[in-house]
Design a protein around this ligand. Structure first.
Ligand code: NAD
Ligand code: DAU
Length: 350
């Protein structure tokens, strides 16, 4: 099997690439990544020399390049993770999200259809998506696979659009697709623009912790390795045309989570209790900030026997230890352009 994984130098993609390269030594894994600010080959340097692994630098929004790539390698499967992934950036630059997430996905669908033909049976196009396509919940209820789409941010609108194209290619051309919509991931190698690594980095550096609004928004958190395990299971056992929601059964208000991070960091850094909490600073809310995401993951649990393997406490400990043990990684990704990004994003929030 020749498997193309897109976005394999990013956060989740790097964990998926590692899992597949190590577990399926009879597959050849091709990792296609543009290496944007979020792509980092250091994330996978431990498997870079594996005989069943190749890295390809390229842009999924470049249709000619994608067609030539598919003609050359004749992939049997695609696991598509490459995307612009940060909501705040989508609010500033929506078109980047249209190009990467919508145009990029349609290019991959077209190339798969060209190489596999219509109604292929022994191939698989796996599209990795997000729970944000379902919109925002109030206090009650959960997102199910048939919850109507109601994306609210340019990021989630671009992901929703890509999901619709994937389903349209299944319906129209019988392309053998499968989709998953997952909740918030956390773990090693996450770029420190997202809540958990950003706040850990700021605590280490004694910088303000910018809580949007009142910190009352709710997210469901899943350890990234458990997402990678789910992707493995769905890629191999999922049913064509089906969607599976993936979640951690683990809802937290931002402020409670932030206080937990502060207390663990105080302990690990040998600071007295309450030190890091003093860094909490309430800032202007994210525009159009979704209040609550909550996934009902019973379909993947009941039909494919997947469940998270680590508790949130275990996952957070592992995650925090990783960032503390990998300060070089953090320093590398927060030097240069990151400083400019941080100023532009946060100086205006007050
Ligand atoms: P990330 O931003 O860490 O990584 C994205 C990767 O895609 C980077 O390596 C980047 O270089 C690459 N990329 C971006 N544009 C590209 C292009 N035009 N061509 C080729 N490569 C390109 O993202 P992530 O958090 O790892 O998310 C991966 C996928 O999972 C995304 O599709 C995202 O929507 C989805 N997802 C993420 C989460 C989460 O909590 N992070 C949750 C659910 C779903
Ligand atoms: O739900 C899945 C989605 O989770 C993925 O599809 C996205 O790619 C991923 O980025 C994530 O989106 P969120 O917007 O939920 O994640 P983020 O880490 O940006 O923010 C989490 C919560 O924390 C959110 O309510 C906003 C808040 N926040 C975030 C940042 C960066 C703050 O209060 N302050 C901050 O500085």
């Amino acid at each position: 099997m020749k498997i193309l994984i897109t976005g394999g130098a990013g956060f989740i993609g790097s964990h998926v690439v590692r899992l597949f390269v190590q577990k399926y030594t009879n597959y050849h894994i091709y990792n296609l990544d543009k290496l944007t600010y979020a792509g980092n080959l250091n994330n996978i340097d431990d498997i870079a020399q594996s005989p069943n692994y190749s890295f390809i630098k390229g842009d999924i929004a470049d249709s000619n390049f994608i067609i030539e790539l598919f003609k050359k390698h004749q992939f049997d499967g695609v696991i598509h993770l490459a995307a612009e992934s940060h909501v705040d950036r989508s609010i500033e630059s929506p078109m980047d999200f249209v190009l990467a997430n919508v145009v990029g996905t349609v290019n991959l669908l077209n190339a798969s259809k060209l190489i596999w033909g219509e109604s292929a049976t022994d191939k698989r196009f796996y599209h990795v998506s997000t729970d944000e396509v379902y919109g925002s919940l109030g206090k009650e209820g959960f997102f199910l696979e048939d919850t109507p789409y109601d994306p609210k941010s340019p990021y989630s609108a671009s992901k929703a659009s890509s999901d619709h194209f994937v389903r349209a290619y299944y319906n129209t051309y019988k392309l053998p697709v499968v989709l998953t919509n997952c909740s918030n991931n956390y773990g090693p190698n996450q770029f420190p623009e997202k809540l958990i690594p950003l706040f850990l980095n700021n605590i280490i550096e004694n910088k303000a912790l910018p809580v949007y609004g009142k910190g009352e928004n709710i997210r469901d958190w899943l350890y990234v390795i458990d997402h990678a395990r789910a992707i493995d299971i769905v890629f191999h056992q999922g049913i064509n045309g089906e969607t599976y929601n993936i979640g951690g059964f683990n809802e937290w208000t931002n402020i409670d989570l932030i206080k937990l991070l502060c207390s663990i960091m105080d302990r690990k850094l040998g600071r007295s209790t309450g030190t890091s909490e003093q860094l909490i600073t309430y800032v202007t809310d994210r525009k159009g900030h979704d209040m609550r995401y909550a996934i009902d993951a019973s379909k993947i649990k009941n039909e494919l026997n997947w469940m998270p393997s680590v508790t949130f406490e275990e996952g957070l400990e592992k995650t925090i230890d990783w960032y503390l043990d990998n300060k070089d990684w953090l320093n590398n990704v927060t030097s240069g352009d990151y400083q400019k990004y941080y100023q532009e994003m946060y100086d205006t929030k007050g």
